[in-house]
Design a protein around this ligand. Structure first.
Ligand code: DGL
Length: 268
């Protein structure tokens, strides 16, 4: 059976990671899981995120993956140990990639409420860059609005400027898009920010890490078709809605499979 790279997120956010990976590696076979039934992850407790992570990884392992990309900062913040312990294959995460990309001394993090309360970004940045000032800003409204396609709206612009305000007051030099959905707002955010503030998309660093990993380990089988067209898309609810969101963001209209993750009889 053809081995695939497993990529997961709660919804379309992981597309920003998938896109960066296939830009560098056009011959990777991927399986993309959007856990749409439980979106948003970003308002869930640590214990919920950890149980979900277990289920997702067990499911991905059953799909015969040979690598896992955690295309979700919330999972990365609260359950990376769960993922790594269960995976049994190489795991690629966004927070380490973001930290490698940070050069500035005053850094803002835009993220989900769960990522913010975990403090994972701040802790990890300070571990390797002790003299960095870090301010985190939770943006609870972003993910639901992005999933509904409400991007270029006045409401989005107003919310974005409210979320950015504390970071501007703190005079940050760069802002990490600490939720994989947020690069989809890049145009909105750029218009609200002075040009000297750098936006950091951790997916760019992750794709580079994956690229050099793949170059040095011939683990991923080549596929004759283009990676995106060859990607298997799976969701836990609303496959048709997800197919049209895929069309909107990735320019393809895939067959989306409705799947059920091994359940521990818990519904969040
Ligand atoms: N895109 C995910 C993240 O990076 C999850 C967002 C959500 O479902 O709230 O955190």
């Amino acid at each position: 059976m053809n081995k695939r790279l497993g990529i997961f997120d709660s919804g379309v956010g992981g597309f920003t990671v998938l896109k960066r990976i296939v830009e560098l590696q056009d011959d990777v076979s991927c399986i993309y899981l959007g856990d749409t039934a439980r979106l948003p992850y970003g308002s869930k407790s640590a214990s919920e995120i950890r149980v979900i992570a277990e289920e997702v990884i067990e499911w991905l392992k059953n799909q015969n993956v040979n690598g896992i990309v955690v295309a979700c900062n919330t999972t990365n913040s609260l359950a990376m140990d769960v993922v790594k312990n269960l995976a049994g294959v190489p795991v690629f995460g966004l927070i380490d990639s973001a930290i490698d990309m940070i050069q500035e001394k005053r850094v803002g993090i835009l993220c989900t409420p769960s990522t913010a309360s975990s403090g994972a970004y701040k802790k990890n940045i300070l571990l390797s860059k002790m003299d960095t000032y870090v301010i985190q800003q939770a943006c609870p409204a972003f993910v639901p609005m992005i999933e509904m396609g409400q991007i270029n709206t006045n409401e989005m612009r107003l919310l974005a400027s409210q979320y950015l305000q504390p970071l501007l007051e703190a005079k940050v030099d760069s802002i990490v898009l600490g939720c994989s959905h947020y690069p989809l707002l890049k145009n909105v955010l750029t218009k609200l920010l002075p040009s000297d503030i750098r936006l950091i998309d951790p997916a760019i660093g992750l794709a580079k890490t994956f690229n050099s990993y793949k170059e040095s380990n011939i683990l991923m089988p080549s596929s004759s078709s283009k990676s995106l067209l060859n990607t298997r898309f799976c969701v836990t609810s609303d496959p048709f809605g997800f197919a049209s969101r895929t069309n909107h963001w990735l320019g393809i209209y895939p067959k989306v499979e409705l799947v059920s993750l091994r359940s521990k009889a818990r519904v969040f």
